[in-house]
Design a protein around this ligand. Structure first.
Ligand code: CP
Ligand code: NVA
Length: 309
């Protein structure tokens, strides 16, 4: 069994295998209904338990559909419905979840908890977003970029505008090293990426450039990403943070500095970091991006069950 916790800890070979499998599986589903099972029925009889300590719309639905399409089933739990939230220990909870389920997906408010679950589970564990990373989202985004641009992401310039120290950009930085793509980051000075992460990236031949001006960061880019200024786990003065980002909105002016055929992506949900006309505009591919979560989640599950061809 394998866990899927951080992109940094997964080999390039395995990450590429996941993307390749997702492409193959998506192609084969052209004439199938949402709940039809893939022909090979690879996870027949398997139960995915998914537990949420934070809100989720896309991750919840896409994992539900992913395991269903692979022939298994999902049970979705809210942490506060379990004895766990009222004092049952984490090791006992992990043991029980491992007894009933075959894989566990956790969206948590604590990286420490994620690691503790990993220590005590005897079934694969998947990180469905933690304060420090969102690996299933970013791997799916690599898939979406390659699907739309029809070339390896290593040949493209990716740009991130916004908070450069949140879970999504952390996973994107890790992916930029693993998939060897150029990553321009445009952020206010005090919201730069984590130094330890940048040191790791630099030691591993990263192609990251940081700009304190969004137009300069976007210049010549093929893909523009942004994310909420205030993340779910942010314990900050919200009004102040929003003000700090007032020059970092992705709007039509900013998009006009990117390549002509640049696309806009956002993991959702959105806030004022993107203008409505960009979000709903012709360069936006956000709905396709959200849908692709299902396909990549399926191949992540197969990786965890060591069933990737
Ligand atoms: N992008 C994403 O993870 O969305 P949810 O928070 O709705 O799951
Ligand atoms: N950075 C965002 C991602 C939401 C999917 C958050 O953590 O709230």
């Amino acid at each position: 069994m394998k866990n899927f916790i951080n992109i940094k800890d997964i080999s390039v070979r395995d990450l590429k295998k996941i993307i390749f499998d997702a492409k193959q599986r998506k192609k084969k589903r052209k004439n199938l209904n949402t709940l039809d099972v893939d022909k090979d029925n690879p996870l027949k009889g398997k139960l995915l338990v998914q537990m949420f300590e934070k809100s989720s719309t896309r991750t919840r639905l896409s994992f539900y559909l992913a395991i269903k399409q692979l022939g298994g089933g999902a049970l979705t739990l809210r942490a506060d419905e379990l004895h766990f939230a009222k004092g049952e220990s984490l090791p006992d909870t992990a043991r029980i979840l491992s007894t009933y389920g075959n894989a566990f997906m956790l969206r948590t408010d604590s990286d420490k908890k994620l690691n503790e679950f990993k220590k005590h589970m005897t079934i694969p564990i998947i990180n469905g977003l933690s304060p420090s990373s969102h690996p299933t989202q970013v791997l799916s985004d690599v898939f979406t970029v390659e699907e739309i641009k029809k070339k390896s992401i290593s040949k493209l310039q990716i740009c991130w505008i916004g908070d450069a120290n949140n879970n999504v950009i952390t996973s994107l930085i890790e992916a930029s090293v693993k998939f060897s793509f150029k990553l321009n980051i445009g952020c206010p000075k005090k919201y730069e990426p984590n130094k330890t992460l940048l040191n790791w990236a630099n030691k591993n031949n990263s192609k990251i450039k940081i700009f304190y001006d969004s137009k300069k960061a976007v210049n010549g880019s093929d893909v523009i990403f942004t994310d909420k200024v205030i993340s779910m786990n942010d314990k900050v003065n919200k009004a102040k943070k929003l003000k700090d980002f007032k020059n970092f909105q992705v709007n039509l002016k900013v998009m006009s500095c990117a390549k002509k055929d640049a696309i806009f992506l956002h993991c959702l949900p959105r806030g004022p970091e993107v203008s409505n006309d960009v979000f709903l505009g012709k360069q936006s591919r956000v709905w396709q991006q959200a849908l692709n979560r299902i396909y990549v989640q399926k191949s992540i599950l197969l990786y965890c069950f060591e069933k990737l061809r």
